[in-house]
Design a protein around this ligand. Structure first.
Ligand code: CAA
Length: 283
């Protein structure tokens, strides 16, 4: 099945990035947000990203205009009715996701494949809210989407071979490398990443090392592009805590129990880069 029109639900950090790379690969994209102000902010961020590439001489102005011309915003679910593929990237809340896909199921044609970009929720739990669990997969992108090369493709016990092949070919057409993961909370990357980030926070909490030394240790000792505390701020401490809580619920293992410091920072509204303060100050 040929994919021409892509629906993207959510125009935050992930949804905006996904919409951008789809439009850059030549797809027509309809982006759904709950409110006009979120849409304006998300589309504005895409334009700013592309303008930065133009300013660096990495993207012709005409190409930027063409990419933006392929993206349309909406706040109405029914506008996604022409999508051949819908990728959902809204908040990590199972109810919000099942409500959205329930609504999409009623407006999209039978051939439309649904994909969730969830970081942590088993895909089958979301797919079960639709009448098309065979045409439902996970497509998990990484932040920042235009830069990170990987997409995890998640096949559920009900995903058809055709929808998995279709979604994989689609992700590769965006210039991404794909890996296949089983439909278990965390898939491959976050299953490894979250305990690592939690361990770094526990190290800070127990005074084993300073935040700078923990980060410098991993940057210079392992050649990671960011230290774990910088990366936690980058992911968002609220998001990290929400992902860990879903893992803890699923596996009941101590390594997924949020460190007290993380929980307190989230309670205080210190979400990292997006709120201006986390382990570091971005003011
Ligand atoms: N959007 C688009 N492009 C961006 C960008 C963004 N948000 N941030 C950086 N870039 C681009 C820059 O424009 C630059 O492009 P050029 O090389 O073409 O000029 C390039 O990326 C490098 O950027 P910088 O020079 O500004 O900075 P850097 O070299 O320090 O790289 C980084 C920044 C790419 C974010 C790098 O630090 C990095 O790879 N960090 C690790 C990110 C990571 O681990 N992400 C995964 C998070 S976990 C996740 O996403 C899963 C989940 O479910 C929670």
């Amino acid at each position: 099945m040929e994919i021409r029109n892509v629906g993207v639900a959510g125009c935050g950090l992930m949804g905006g990035g996904i919409a951008q790379v789809c439009a850059q690969a030549g797809y027509r994209v309809m982006v759904l947000e709950m409110e006009q102000r979120f849409l304006d902010k998300g589309l504005g961020a895409i334009a700013k990203n592309l303008a930065r590439a133009v300013a660096k001489g990495k993207l012709p102005q005409a190409e930027m205009d063409a990419v933006l011309g392929r993206i349309t915003g909406t706040t109405v679910v029914v506008d996604l009715r022409d999508s051949d593929l819908v990728i959902e990237a809204i908040i990590e809340n199972p109810q919000a996701k099942t409500d959205l896909f329930g609504a999409l199921d009623g407006v999209c044609p039978a051939h439309t494949v649904f994909a969730s970009n969830t970081s942590s929720i088993p895909i089958i739990e979301i797919a079960a809210a639709t009448q098309r669990p065979d045409r439902f997969v996970g497509l998990h992108f990484f932040n920042p989407v235009p830069v990170m090369q990987l997409v995890e493709v998640i096949r559920t016990i009900q995903s058809s071979d055709a929808s998995v092949a279709n979604a994989t070919a689609f992700a590769q057409s965006l210039g991404k490398k794909t890996i296949q993961a089983k439909d278990r909370a965390g898939f491959v990357v976050n299953f490894l990443l979250v305990p690592y980030l939690y361990e770094a926070i526990r190290m800070l909490e127990t005074g084993m090392a300073s935040r700078e030394d923990i980060d410098t240790g991993m940057v210079l000792g392992c050649n990671y592009p960011m230290g774990p505390l910088t990366l936690a701020d980058y992911v968002g401490l609220d998001t990290l805590c929400a992902i860990g809580d879903i893992f803890f619920e699923a596996f009941r293992e101590a390594r997924y129990a949020a460190p007290l410091l993380l929980r307190q920072m989230v309670a205080a509204g210190l979400y990292g880069r997006k709120s201006g303060k986390g382990f570091y100050d971005y003011g």
